[in-house]
Design a protein around this ligand. Structure first.
Ligand code: PLP
Length: 451
């Protein structure tokens, strides 16, 4: 079996030089830069097919970035590609409603029953931002509670970090966000029911919503501890606050549905997770990533009476020139259709189990502390000895070792996200041979790290 070794990335380096002259920071999203893994030129990709993409120097990589989640079917999946081409040939934007939007909304509602009504937007950021506006409109309250380390897009309200404790107000995490806005946000640690209750006690009648990723995907993959989401939902409701699930990553990631719908599956299909999600339904859900089949999209939805706050029915305004555009909707429908293939999620689950297990064994063999958090076809690798159940524990891991591992893997043709907090995503296009090649590369990398 070939070993994957990349040769040089000269063209990427040249292009990065050019990009720096024209595009701020050389990238169109900061997470694409290599700042968190020691800097230098990111790899410029020019082509993708299935589980692979090729850089501008012609090097092939096995892709575990999956574009930060959306590319669950691999690159250029024929069914999605055909749908996009068809949409392009019949006009990409009308500025009117279309029949396809209804079809897609129905598909989402069937898969995620908490969605009585849906609205399509253009990104996860927009979806989350709007759920907050709608929750505020519905409750007449202004503050939201979020969880440390959870990323919910880049709108002002959610780019806020923890204050000094659960009862203090947030501080802006980015320049350009007024402190007054950050004061509308309370950040508490994930998996800590007492901290949430303390925040609710302190700010109770001001809290419009508790916003959470029901399974965290942004400081690694982290499960809620058993009973945590039940307690969270109950505490929020006692307080008259809405519950918002940000399922931008988790929507259609682990099964055909959202994290919240594991409960609807047969026990053996959902595994342990099913126990956690029984009787848990949010008031509002934000979606994005996978549901666009690789084109820009977001969606939010939820309880009918809450969603009826949204214009033109209600007083909460939200709009979009590109919202529900035929190309994104067609790609999303095609992606969801392909995801219905029997056995597809199980295959990703099995491959991820072998890969995650093999990484753990290999790291242990070379004396490298590694915690692997896996949920179905997605997992995160944390260079530490302790379990990772919250953001503090995810921060307390060895970023330099991750950076070394990341670069050694890249040089062996394995592409991970350039951050110790990001997940590895399996796609339906990965094969057992890809897993073998990845494990070979990881063994080499760990051996070198140990030298
Ligand atoms: N919510 C979560 C959980 C995310 O991971 C992200 C993006 O990574 C977003 C929201 C924002 O989505 P987008 O990048 O499409 O604006």
């Amino acid at each position: 079996m070939d070993k994957l070794h990349t040769h040089n990335r000269k063209r990427s380096e040249q292009l990065y030089g050019e990009a720096l002259e024209h595009i701020v920071g050389g990238v169109n999203s900061p997470s694409r830069s290599f700042k968190a893994v020691g800097g230098g030129a990111p790899v410029f990709m020019s082509r993708g097919q299935g589980a692979y993409f090729w850089d501008t120097d012609g090097n092939r990589y096995i892709d575990y970035l999956a574009a930060y989640g959306p590319i669950i079917l691999g690159h250029a999946h024929p069914h999605v590609t055909e749908a996009i081409c068809r949409a392009a040939q019949t006009g990409t934007l009308y500025g009117t409603p279309t029949e396809l939007e209804i079809h897609f909304a129905r598909m989402l509602k069937e898969a995620i029953p908490s969605l009585d009504k849906v609205r399509f937007v253009n990104s996860g950021t927009e979806a989350v931002m709007t759920t907050i506006r709608v929750a505020r409109a519905f409750t007449g309250r202004s503050k939201i509670i979020k969880f440390a380390g959870c990323y919910h897009g880049h709108s002002d309200l959610v780019l806020v970090a923890a204050g000094s404790g659960p009862s203090t107000l947030g501080i802006p995490d980015s320049a350009g966000i007024p402190v007054s806005i950050a004061h509308e946000v309370i950040t508490v640690p994930f998996n800590d029911p007492a901290a949430l209750q303390e925040a609710l006690n302190r700010w109770g009648s001001d809290v419009a919503a508790v916003m959470i990723e029901p399974i965290v995907g942004n400081f690694g993959m982290v499960m809620p501890q058993p009973g945590y989401l039940q307690e969270l939902c109950a505490a929020a409701r006692r307080n008259g606050s809405l519950v918002i699930y940000d399922e931008v990553i988790t929507g259609f990631r682990f099964h055909y549905g959202a994290a919240q719908t594991f409960a609807g599956l047969a026990e053996q299909e959902a595994g342990e997770a099913s126990k956690l999600y029984r009787e848990i339904e949010p008031d509002l859900t934000a979606l994005g990533k996978i549901i666009g089949g690789g084109l820009p999209i977001g969606a939010y939805g939820g309880r009918k009476e809450v969603m009826e706050q949204v214009a033109p029915l209600g007083p909460a305004y939200q709009a979009g020139t590109m919202a529900g555009n035929p190309a994104s909707i067609a790609a999303g429908i095609a992606c969801l259709e392909a995801l219905r293939e029997p056995g597809l999620y199980d295959r990703m689950d099995r491959m991820a189990a072998r890969l995650a297990g093999g990484l753990g064994e290999s790291a242990a063999h070379y004396g490298i502390p590694l915690t692997v958090n896996r949920i179905k076809g997605a997992f995160s690798t944390h260079f530490c000895q302790h379990p990772v159940t919250n953001y503090d524990e995810a921060q307390d891991t060895d970023g330099e070792q991750f950076a070394r591992f990341f670069r050694l893997m890249l040089d062996r043709g394995i592409c991970l996200a350039p951050s110790k907090y990001e997940a590895w995503f399996l796609t339906s296009a990965h094969t057992d041979q890809d897993i073998d090649l990845t494990l070979d590369a990881a063994r080499d990398a760990f051996r070198e790290m140990n030298e």
